[in-house]
Each structure stands twice: as C-alpha cells, then as structure tokens.
Unconditional design. Structure first.
Length: 201
C-alpha cells in the first residue's frame, strides 16, 4: 500500500483541520478532526448506527470503558458524556487520531477521564466493563481477528462489547467467527446495511 491510511501510525498527509458536528442521544457534539484519520469529514455511517442502536452506558456505569480504533474520538466522547463516572480508554495506532481524541475530550470537559493511547501503551492489568468499536475492517481479516482476540478477552466477566460491521464487509461472517471463538453474540440491530453485534462471555 502507498500513501496514508487511517491505520498509518504517523500520517504524512497535512492535517487540514476541520470540525465534525453530530447529535447522539439528544446531545450535540462539535469535534475537531483532520485529514489522515478515519472518516475525517463526517461521523462515519457505521459509527452513527452503533451510537444510535446499541445500548449506551448509563450514568451509573463506572467503567473502565474501551474504544478500539478511536479515530478523532466520536465514540469516546459520547461514552465520556453519558457515563460521567467512567474512565474511557481510547486506542488507536494513528498518532494524529490520538491527539485529536485528547483535544476533543478537553472540548467536552472530560480531559481527566479520557486516556488516548497506542495499543501497546494500555496497561496490561486494565479490564473493561464495556468495549465499543467500529473496527478497522480494511486492515484485513487476519489482522482484524488478531485485534479482536487481543482486546475482547479484557472484558470483565459480566462485561459487554458492542461492534458495528457492514454486512457487505463481512458482518455476518464475523458474527459466526466470534461464536466459533466461544463468545455469545447477538445481532442486536441492523440498519442501513450495518450489523450491530452485542458480544458477551
């Protein structure tokens, strides 16, 4: 592959800042974004379906929570807003994405509760009450499976993971694969060609 991709660790593309506005659960967000990160110009349609259809954590959820592949931080910022007692860990290989997520956490007043880190910098002992992800399908099936095998085992025993995958990009085959790995998987919702999967132990 040539050029930058959203899973490039250090994008060489000029940042070209912009702002992305969206509404989730009755709250308006205006987050900083930039070229070289995933869905830089808008809230990704899959992310929008995930945030609309999955069960957002309540104010009583203390976390920790995890956003895998945080991009500029829309899922992280929503989680930090609706679960004000929780710490949200935001993981991304993309340095620019992590910087934007940190800046956006400050925008919404959650800088003290959001930790945007590279995958290898997340402490080994942390387990998660909830894991959220619009996973990076385009890294390839083997790499995607490796990513999920790395993070899903860090769910707490009664934890839940919410994933969104486009049907035409293998949402149903991913469902089957997760079941084969021993996870309990429910197709919680389908909308606009996307599957929202609820994954538990």
């Amino acid at each position: 592959m040539t050029g930058d991709h959203y899973f490039t660790a250090e994008p060489a593309t000029p940042a070209r800042p912009r702002e992305v506005e969206f509404t989730v659960a009755g709250r308006d967000y205006a987050l900083a974004s930039a070229s070289g990160v995933f869905s830089a110009d808008r809230l990704d349609p899959g992310t929008a379906v995930l945030l609309r259809k999955a069960d957002l954590p309540g104010a009583d959820v203390a976390g920790p929570l995890l956003d895998i592949g945080c991009g500029f931080g829309p899922i992280t910022c929503v989680l930090a807003t609706v679960a004000p007692a929780a710490t949200v860990w935001a993981v991304d290989v993309n340095e620019r994405a992590r910087a934007l997520t940190t800046a956006n956490a400050a925008r919404i007043g959650a800088a003290d509760r959001v930790r945007a880190v590279a995958p290898d910098d997340l402490p080994a002992g942390v387990t998660f009450a909830q894991i959220w992800s619009n996973p990076p399908i385009h890294i390839g099936k083997a790499e995607l499976h490796e990513l999920l095998l790395r993070w899903l085992p860090r769910l707490t025993p009664d934890g839940v993971a919410w994933l969104v995958v486009a049907r035409h990009l293998g949402g149903d085959s991913l469902h089957r694969w997760l079941v084969e790995q021993g996870w309990q998987v429910e197709r919680h919702a389908s909308q606009k060609g996307y599957r929202v999967l609820r994954v538990t132990r």
